[in-house]
Design a binder for this molecule. Structure first.
Ligand SMILES: Nc1nc2c(ncn2[C@@H]2O[C@H](COP(=O)(O)OP(=O)(O)O)[C@@H](O)[C@H]2O)c(=O)[nH]1
Ligand SMILES: [Mg+2]
Length: 253
């Protein structure tokens, strides 16, 4: 089963995107499984078909080891790796055509511990893709946007898997702003112009150099604008994932 891992900073909309996109896939008659890999999730906007909380209990860890919530989440992130066989079996039992994996709220718990890349490697031998979310509200100014590019490049450097980039929550900002950000993602020159116009001094210098360094890496960040509230853009996301995961075929034959 091809798997898409949904990654992004805390609050960037991973869980709601997982909810909206799995509903969308069901409506287009695709067999989808939603997997929750966030042991710290209290409430989810979808009912997971596979849930890491069945295997790792953050409350228990706090009590048993006298940890605070942060310590327990770090420990939980590491313990997930031991459950990879169970989770794989749960996913295989469902036998869906496409799997969406909602990753832990704080992305460093997944991406910047040993367990994340281990899980991504072990869960399947079939095609996989990382879906990285740029929060539109956060990304409206070029300084934040460049910082997010940097994070996304760091994610690529951790997983080395095909990566697609979404601009999430576009219903929360004006359409003009959405267009501006998508322009930045398509055209380095547009981003450079905004940096020159909107930033000063060290912020300008730093953002410009950071942007150029990333451009040198040859990474592409073309953003697909989406909203998990209005479902805008989900058709485009689907087309992109189909291209990467199945060479353009539907997931269900
Ligand atoms: N308006 C709007 N709010 C969103 C969207 N996506 C997520 N949110 C809200 O943003 C907050 C964080 O979303 P969540 O999916 O929990 O983020 P996560 O931490 O990345 O899983 C929640 O209050 C969501 O309802 C969106 O597309 N539009
Ligand atoms: Mg979440």
């Amino acid at each position: 089963m091809p798997i898409a891992f949904i990654i992004g900073t805390a609050g960037s909309g991973k869980s709601l995107f997982t909810a909206a996109f799995s509903e969308w896939l069901k409506m287009s008659k695709q067999d989808v499984a939603a997997v929750n890999l966030d042991p710290g999730a209290l409430k989810l906007p979808y009912s997971p078909d596979v849930d890491v909380r069945n295997y790792v209990d953050v409350g228990n860890l706090m009590e048993k080891y006298g940890l605070g919530p942060n310590g327990a989440l770090i420990m939980a992130a590491d313990l997930i790796a031991d459950e990879v066989e169970n989770i794989t079996k749960d996913i295989e039992d469902i036998d869906a055509d496409i799997v969406l994996v909602d990753t832990p709220g704080q992305m460093e718990l997944f991406a910047f511990r040993a367990s994340g890349p281990y899980i991504v490697n072990e869960l399947t031998r079939e095609p996989k893709v990382i879906v990285y979310l740029f929060d539109a509200v956060f990304s409206v100014n070029p300084l934040n946007y460049v910082s997010n590019m940097f994070l996304s490049a760091a994610i690529y450097n951790r997983f080395f898997q095909p990566q697609v980039h979404l601009l999430s929550k576009i219903d929360l900002i004006p359409r003009k702003e959405v267009e501006k950000i998508v322009d930045w993602s398509a055209d380095v020159k547009a981003l450079e112009d905004s940096i020159e116009q909107e930033l000063e001094d060290m912020k300008r210098l730093f953002s410009r150099n950071m942007m150029r360094a990333i451009a040198h890496l040859g990474l592409k960040f073309l953003l697909v604008p989406v909203s998990a509230k209005t479902n805008k853009g989900l058709t485009n996301v689907n087309a992109m994932l189909e291209r990467i995961l199945t060479g353009g075929e539907k997931y269900t034959y």
